[in-house]
Design a protein. Structure first.
Length: 464
């Protein structure tokens, strides 16, 4: 049986309860019987789902939303110090708990799998959650996106396994003590929190050092940053290391990836034997995610052939190459990709799926700091599309940086030979794309901001 509710979490108040990470923790606590409350900037389907579980969700932030008897206030790194509910918590002497500490407390007493890496975390965590559920192991999980099947990002299971997406962006993944940790890749990102690759390596080394004695690190044998991390932690005596990838030296070797439309067939070599299974999303990037999930499950003692079959039941995560619909012979797909590496992976996957048809992209840059550091690489990635529309930067938690605009990306894209157009009014995009698209084309909305809202609107314009 899974543990109960930590004492500090009996009556938690979440500031920003509608966020992907925050809502997952709130859902698990609500299912365990906690009296959950919180607030979010706007109404959403997530807020309604939480209310259905018995949570109290306020729209907007105000000091009066925080109940006097709250046992803690849960925040993420995105919550500003002047938030009125946070200020009220200080007045009432209510403990403030970071989201990562809250999640860590829910993992206590369970066999935890923590999935880290600059990109691919949500997909890999989701694949594991689906496969373990399919095998009847009833895991708990907390993911940064909603599974297409269950339609939720978190659940409280009665089994002894907890699968969690481990966020390196603010070093919060260092709070966990997993039995198995996956590191998909190590790259320079999250520029507001890391000044150099050395800082990022140090952070990942700390994360790996938290794996319980006798536990396992599953790590890419192909990605250069992951290979360097492996070199740095190789001498940890209490650590088992399992590498995966196309490298001849990989412990779980990717032998072959066969594209089949919007799916792939993957063959790996494990313990000298060939094993083939299906991945329901296209592209080698997602195939490698599935192999990482396979290796992690095997590290927990689950038979590989059972896992391989169960991984075939994974049907995707919202915003991870999610098909939004088709109209006038045009398919509209949504991608969360916002870092150049994941942009390139998704664009190459879609390029293969498009075959002889055109690939049209609507890209919304995410964060001024990321655009400042990686804008050139983002523009170069867009050269893989036949035509792109680039929106203004989605600021999220950041204030503007002088001189940093989408123009950095557009100039780099044009220099790489891309057909790219700047559109400053997001509401003008659906009509523009509908005018460009022809039967057989693929339209990809891409970015971590609210560009996802445009998919249904583009389909409406195509239909009319």
């Amino acid at each position: 049986m899974a543990p109960g509710i930590p004492a500090a979490m009996e009556r938690p108040h979440f500031i920003g309860i509608g966020g992907a990470g925050m809502s997952g923790i709130a859902k698990i606590l609500a299912r365990r019987g906690a009296k959950v409350a919180g607030s979010d900037a706007k109404e959403s389907g997530t807020a309604e789902a939480l209310r259905a579980l018995g949570a109290t969700v306020h729209v907007g932030h105000a000091a009066g939303h925080l109940a006097d008897d709250a046992t803690c206030v849960v925040v993420s790194s995105a919550i500003r110090a002047d938030n009125p509910e946070l200020l009220r918590a200080a007045e009432l002497l209510i403990p403030v708990v970071h989201r990562s500490d809250a999640l860590a407390s829910l993992m206590q007493g369970l066999r935890a799998i923590a999935v880290a890496g600059t990109h691919g975390k949500t997909t890999t965590t989701s694949m594991l959650a689906v496969a373990l559920s399919e095998l009847g192991l009833d895991p708990s999980y907390a993911i940064g996106g909603d599974l297409a099947g269950p339609g939720t990002n978190a659940t409280h299971g009665e089994g002894d396994i907890f699968v969690a997406e481990a966020d390196e962006s603010d070093r919060s993944f260092q709070k966990y003590d997993p039995e198995v940790a996956i590191v998909l890749n190590v790259e320079l990102d999250h520029h507001a929190n890391y000044a150099s690759m050395d800082e990022i390596y140090d952070s990942f080394e700390t994360f790996v050092g938290k794996i319980v004695p006798g536990g396992t690190l599953v790590v890419s044998a192909d990605q250069s940053g992951a290979v360097e991390l492996t070199r740095r932690v190789r001498d940890l005596s209490s650590l088992n290391i399992v590498t995966y990838g196309e490298s001849e030296t990989a412990d779980v070797r990717v032998h072959k990836i066969t594209p089949r439309g919007l799916t792939s067939e993957v063959t790996v070599v494990l313990n000298g034997k060939f094993l083939t299974f299906t991945v329901s999303v296209p592209g080698s990037h997602y195939a490698h995610n599935a192999v990482a999930a396979l290796a992690a499950g095997v590290a927990l003692g689950i038979p590989a052939h059972n896992l391989a079959s169960a991984l075939g039941k994974y049907t995707g995560v919202k915003r991870r190459l999610q098909l939004k619909g088709e109209a006038a012979g045009v398919q509209v797909i949504d991608s969360y990709a916002h870092h150049p590496t994941e942009m390139t992976a998704d664009l190459e996957a879609m390029r293969g799926a498009a075959s002889d048809s055109r690939l049209l992209v609507v890209f919304q840059p995410h964060l001024f700091s990321r655009t400042q550091e990686l804008g050139t690489e983002m523009g170069q990635a867009l050269a893989l599309a036949d035509a792109s529309v680039v929106l203004d930067i989605y600021p999220a938690r950041e204030d503007p940086i002088p001189g940093v605009t989408s123009t950095l990306i557009i100039d780099a894209a044009k220099a790489a030979g891309a057909d790219v157009t700047a559109v400053h009014d997001k509401s003008a995009v659906p009509e523009a794309i509908a005018g460009m698209a022809k039967p057989g084309d693929l339209v990809l909305t891409m970015g971590a901001g609210d560009v996802t809202d445009l998919g249904p609107q583009i389909l409406d314009h195509l239909s009319s």
